[in-house]
Ligand binder design. Sequence first.
Ligand SMILES: [Zn+2]
Length: 313
Amino acid sequence: MRLKDLFNFKRKTRPIKPSQEMISEQELSELWTQCPSCKTTIYTAELKNNLMICSKCEHHFRLSAYDRIEHLVDADTWEEINCSIKPSNPLKFVDLKKYEDSIEAAKKRSGSNEAIVTGVGKIDGFETAFGIMEFPFLGGSMGSVVGERIARLCELAIERKLPVIIISSSGGARMHEGLFSLLQMAKTSAILSKLRENKLLFLSVLADPTYGGVSASFAMLGDIIIAEPKAKIGFAGPRVIEETIRQKLPKDFQTSEYLLEHGQIDLVISRKKLKETVTQLIKLHSKTLYGNPTNELNGFADIISQPLVSSSV
Ligand SMILES: [Zn+2]
C-alpha cells in the first residue's frame, strides 16, 4: 500500500441508523417479565406458553379472559353471547373523568367491552356455559352489565341444561353505578338459586383477586368452589380489617390456602390442572344426575389426592 492510499481510505461499514424495523425500548422491556414472588426474570413468550405461571416458584400471574378461554375451551367450539349488552350511566357519575370515558379507556386497556365475557363452548366434549371476568376492565368490577350477562348466561344454561363455570377476578361492586351495582349481588344470587332448582352444576373458580360484592355473592355460591394458588380472596381488604379490629392478621390471611384450611372453599388447584379437574367434576355430576355408574370417581380421587401446590408457592 502506498502512503497516499492511507489517506484515501474509505470506510466499508456505516453506523446503524435506527429504523422502523428496530425494536423499541418498550418492546424490549416487554420481552422479559419479572416474577413478583421469586424475582426471577422470565422470557415473556416462555411465560405465556406456561399459562402465565412462573416455572421456578409456580406464581400464578393474572390471565386475560380470552387467554383463559383459549386454555379451557375446546378449539373452535367457543360462541360468545351477550356482548351487545353495554353499560349506561344512570347516575351521571363523574369522578376524575366521566364514567363513559373510564369505560372507553378500560376497553382499550383490556381488549374486552365489559368486566365479564360470557359464552358457550365445549370442555373436553361437554357443552358448558362460561363466564370469565376481566380484571383489567375497571378492576373486574361488577356493574349492571356484569349482573345482566351472568343472569342471561344462567337462563341459557337452564334452557339448554348446561353446567356453568364462572371464573372470578374482581375488586367488587362498581362504584360508578352506586346502588345499581349493589343490586347485582341479589340478582346473581337469585338466578343461581334457579340453577340449583334445575339441578344444574355451578363451578365457581376464584382467581387473584376476588373481593367485595363479587365474593359476597355469586363467587361464593358455587356447588364446588375452586381457587388458584395464593389468590387473594376476601370481602374487605386486610388493612381495613386490621384498622377496624385493631389486631394484626395472620400472614397468609385471605389467601386461597388459608380459606381452604378454614373450610370456606373446596379445592386449591394449579391452573395447569384446572381443565382436567372441572372436566372430571362435570362428568361426575352428569353421571350422578342421570343415574349412570360413577366410574369417573376414581379419576377425580386421583386428582384431589395429588399435592395441590408446591410448598414454595
Ligand atoms: Zn417466580
